[in-house]
Design a protein around this ligand. Structure first.
Ligand SMILES: CC(C)(COP(=O)(O)OP(=O)(O)OC[C@H]1O[C@@H](n2cnc3c(N)ncnc32)[C@H](O)[C@@H]1OP(=O)(O)O)[C@@H](O)C(=O)NCCC(=O)NCCS
Length: 218
């Protein structure tokens, strides 16, 4: 299983979109993706949400496209209030993957996707490993998005306009958001994809791939 980035897009050396939050990287690279020539060449996206500079080369025998523009997908939303209990998230997805084929068989669901502030992959470094947000992320194949730092700050503190120097962090998430910014970085949110055939909640199926598997799939 491998995501390839869209071609012709500039990414920073850290694998995030170049220019997001006004940050441009002198070491940025431009992705390539061309299905018309073999071996197909593309820049992989790691399951933890980074686009790699090093391209992979795939022959027809190695390449089966499993998600294409226009395919029916489910768009996941996490409602406010309460907690996103890990087991309940899994049950909810399991139910969704059963419900839609049963009631809408003419539109087979290829994947479940989500774009959100809480899918910024840097939460994995800055939040406790047992946080629901981190555990949810680790079940998904993540990818970068062009989100804004203000969006993440606003979700964490109720407003994007707070004074980051003086605001008090009361929760682990607020501490994470502030620390990352104090370290000189800006949040951009993230995206996730989960394929129904990979639904094995708790197993972190996409994380079992090593970087070597990603660069040399087969
Ligand atoms: C999604 C949501 C339910 C996750 O909450 P959760 O299950 O508590 O998440 P975690 O277990 O990862 O949280 C761990 C810590 O971060 C805190 N936290 C989580 N979401 C927070 C938020 N939006 N603002 C401030 N702190 C938050 C928790 O209170 C907890 O802190 P603590 O350990 O110091 O008590 C919560 O962020 C929320 O209600 N968000 C609004 C809805 C939303 O943004 N949906 C996404 C749109 S797709």
């Amino acid at each position: 299983m491998l995501f390839l980035a869209e071609g012709g897009i500039n990414f920073r050396a850290d694998g995030q979109f170049d220019g997001v939050n006004g940050i441009y990287d002198s070491q940025a690279f431009t992705t390539t993706l061309d299905f018309r020539v073999m071996p197909l060449r593309g820049n992989p996206v790691t399951p933890d949400g980074r686009v790699l500079r090093q391209a992979v080369h795939l022959s027809w025998a190695e390449w089966v496209q499993i998600l294409s523009p226009g395919d029916p997908t489910l768009s996941l939303h996490i409602p406010a209030g309460g907690k996103m209990d890990h087991a309940q998230c899994g049950e909810s997805l399991q139910e969704a993957f059963a419900f839609f084929p049963k009631h809408f068989p003419e539109r087979p669901v290829r994947a479940c996707t989500c774009d959100s502030w809480l899918l910024d992959s840097h939460f994995q470094e800055y939040m406790p490993p047992d946080s629901n947000i981190v555990r949810f992320q680790r079940e998904m194949y993540l990818h970068p998005v062009r989100g804004r730092n203000e969006g993440v700050v606003g979700q964490a503190f109720g407003s994007p306009l707070i004074d980051l120097q003086s605001v008090k962090a009361n929760t682990a998430l607020q501490r994470a958001v502030l620390q990352y910014i104090k370290n000189g970085a800006l949040w951009s949110g993230g995206g996730s994809v989960l394929f129904p055939e990979d639904m094995s909640w708790g197993k972190q199926v996409y994380r079992s791939q090593t970087l070597d598997d990603i660069i040399r799939p087969g």
